[in-house]
Design a protein around this ligand. Structure first.
Ligand SMILES: Cc1cc2nc3c(=O)[nH]c(=O)nc-3n(C[C@H](O)[C@H](O)[C@H](O)COP(=O)(O)OP(=O)(O)OC[C@H]3O[C@@H](n4cnc5c(N)ncnc54)[C@H](O)[C@@H]3O)c2cc1C
Length: 216
């Protein structure tokens, strides 16, 4: 197991048996999630911004308009905390108190740096595209130099990170086990719907047919 060394910030204190610092477990959660939440403090106020991410090796990429608060703030080397959550189910216990959720989540702390070179930026753009829409990059029009210039791409090292995973049935108090109410897990998963065409004269591409990216 390739574990990421835990620090005082990433040591899971609440229910530590659900913690993991295994790099491949952390990467798998990051790769399955389409959305992360980026937290930072700017001007004395906390912001938590949802956005698309992509991973390559030990770096998490975030991008956006060069004019956005998110990208401008991160580019100055601010402390950042990125959180990713996959919701796998709602856990119905006998008591309201013991209801829970099954999930896989990751938290990363660190400082991001801006990607400057045009080619590295273009490669990061390919990663974002392939992360959300595998197969799309080679078909859609490629970014121009002007579009790349208008985009800030940030790379956050995945060096201070934790995962937390809850699986399984409800955990009820002994005294509640005889309480007569349904208990169990309602599994939840992100799935794709029926594509809605904007180009009636063009066939649906292969990557939108079949199970594709979001099947589990
Ligand atoms: C979908 C979902 C629903 C949840 N619902 C609840 C709820 O209703 N009530 C509740 O108390 N908790 C809930 N949790 C768990 C919650 O995320 C925290 O783990 C928990 O509240 C303990 O917080 P803490 O600050 O005391 O953690 P601590 O254990 O003190 O955190 C220390 C460090 O552990 C790591 N860590 C903590 N939580 C996570 C995590 N979820 N993923 C990855 N790393 C983590 C971080 O690095 C953090 O800095 C939920 C989690 C998810 C994903």
């Amino acid at each position: 197991m390739d574990a990421i060394p835990n620090t005082s910030r990433t040591t899971v204190r609440r229910i530590p048996k659900n913690a993991s610092y295994d790099r491949s477990a952390i990467n798998a959660i990051l790769d399955e999630a389409l959305v992360c939440h980026v937290g930072f403090v700017e001007g004395g106020l906390p912001y938590v911004i949802p956005t698309l991410h992509a991973r390559a090796g030990d770096r998490l990429f975030i991008h956006g308009s060069a004019a956005s608060r998110l990208t401008r703030t991160l580019a100055t080397g601010h402390d950042v905390c990125v959180s990713v959550t996959l919701l796998d189910g709602i856990v119905f216990a006998r008591s309201v108190f013991n209801h829970s959720m099954n999930y896989r989540s990751v938290i990363i702390f660190g400082k991001a740096t801006a990607i400057e070179g045009e080619e590295e930026k273009r490669e990061a753009m390919r990663l974002f595209s392939e992360h959300a829409m595998p197969g799309r990059w080679r078909e859609a029009r490629q970014p121009t130099a002007v579009e790349l210039k208008a985009t800030l791409v940030l790379a956050l090292p995945i060096e201070e990170a934790s995962a937390k995973v809850r699986t399984g049935p409800p955990v009820d108090d002994e005294d509640d086990l005889t309480f007569s109410v349904w208990a169990g897990v309602l599994p939840l998963a992100l799935c794709k719907g029926e594509p809605v065409t904007d180009t009636a004269d063009i066939d649906l591409p292969g990557y939108l047919r079949g199970d594709g990216r979001w099947s589990r």
